[in-house]
Design a protein around this ligand. Structure first.
Ligand SMILES: [Ca+2]
Ligand SMILES: [Ca+2]
Ligand SMILES: [Ca+2]
Ligand SMILES: [Ca+2]
Length: 364
């Protein structure tokens, strides 16, 4: 209790001391106020890119449709670290300008034992109330803290046994009930799903058959709705293109369709990372690649990725803590977000419908 009080008292103080507000949102004028998580949640097997989950996450905490900035970091009280982890959020605001709010709100504290056994934490809505909840993948079970609207509730076990992928664990809604489901990709690329029922995760079901090809991409593996039916599809980025297995079927017969289909007519990947997010507002996630020469996208038609478009050629093309694509400036259309290690700044590039606009500091 003491540490909760201290943390909530200290945070606004530290934020205001960080002080200086560059008038033009120029990140080079930014007074360091590091805002990023101290944990590295990357749980990827060799050769794969993680999909934008390290250090800081972007999810809608207050139900307004805009992605907020969430950090999980070591809790520091007046005398140093107390062994806890704390979850803080900066809400996305659009008036008088687009940015993440100056006020850092403490959502919750994680006990040291919990942080120690945690493999990963997700911020996704598991009970369809539009507020992103916290889902902790622990060594022994999966624990959920429901978002009660401004704060996270008590940790509740949503499984009684461990569940994670030996290669990677994901969360996405695979059955269009607006409740994010657990997805485990394990050795060999087999996929197992536990669907959220709003109060727990149902028993694990295989979503890929034993002799079907693996869901694994040497340049990235992702689960996002590229077909536009509200169900996250399985995506693998490989040397020869982007392959998709749409989510199909219902109940116990639900699965990722087989055979997989190649959605690009050519190789398409780059070295900074591959992302899948809706850039156009049509409800279908588009393919995004970042690399040394810039950022390109391919529009999802619902059954393929169309011709590549260049969205950015000048500036910085990735954050060295986190790169993400999520809607902040415009509902339904993902902006480009970059968290920088040097000063903890969150840089934003607004989605201007056919390109990314000028880079601005969004947390000053
Ligand atoms: Ca929001
Ligand atoms: Ca929720
Ligand atoms: Ca679901
Ligand atoms: Ca789909």
């Amino acid at each position: 209790m003491r540490s909760i009080l201290l943390a909530s008292l200290l945070t606004p103080l530290l934020a205001s001391q960080a002080g200086a507000t560059p008038a033009d949102n120029d990140c080079s004028l930014y007074t360091p106020d590091p805002y990023y998580g101290s944990l590295n949640w990357s749980q990827v097997h060799p050769g794969s890119h993680s999909i934008g989950q390290d250090g800081i996450q972007f999810a809608d905490i207050n139900g307004d449709g805009r992605a907020d900035a969430i950090a999980v970091a070591t809790d520091v009280n007046g005398w140093g670290m107390n062994g806890n982890m704390r979850i803080t959020v900066r809400l996305a605001v659009t008036y008088p300008e687009v940015k993440f709010s100056d006020t850092t709100t403490v959502l919750d504290l994680l006990s040291s034992w919990e942080a120690f056994s945690m493999r990963r934490i997700f911020f996704v809505d598991v009970n369809n109330d539009t507020f992103a909840d916290a889902v902790s993948i622990l060594d022994s079970q999966v624990v959920v803290r429901l978002n009660t609207g401004g704060a996270l509730g008590a940790p509740t076990a949503w499984t009684s046994d461990p569940f994670s992928g030996s290669w990677e664990t994901f969360m996405a809604d695979v059955d269009n009930d607006h409740q994010a489901d657990l997805i485990a990709v394990s050795s060999g690329g087999g996929v197992t799903v536990r669907r959220s029922n709003g109060a727990g995760f149902d028993p694990a079901r295989p979503w890929t058959g034993r002799r079907q090809s693996a869901v694994y991409g040497t340049h990235g593996t992702a689960f996002a709705d590229v077909t536009g039916d509200g169900r996250a599809d399985a995506i693998a980025v490989r040397d020869d293109g982007i392959w998709v297995r749409p989510a199909i079927g219902t109940g116990d017969s639900a699965s990722f369709a087989y055979p997989e289909v190649r959605w690009t007519n050519t190789a398409w990947w780059d070295t900074y990372g591959m992302y899948f997010a809706d850039l156009t507002g049509d409800g279908k996630a588009d393919a995004i690649m970042t690399g040394p020469s810039g950022v390109q996208m391919r529009l999802s038609t619902g059954s393929a990725f169309s011709v590549a478009q260049t969205w950015l050629t000048v500036g910085v093309f990735r954050g060295d803590v986190t790169t993400a694509f999520a809607p902040v400036s415009t509902l339904g259309r993902a902006d480009m977000l970059m968290v920088m290690f040097a000063n903890g700044a969150i840089k934003g590039r607004p989605n201007l419908w056919s390109y990314f606009g000028l880079e601005l500091c969004w947390d000053v």
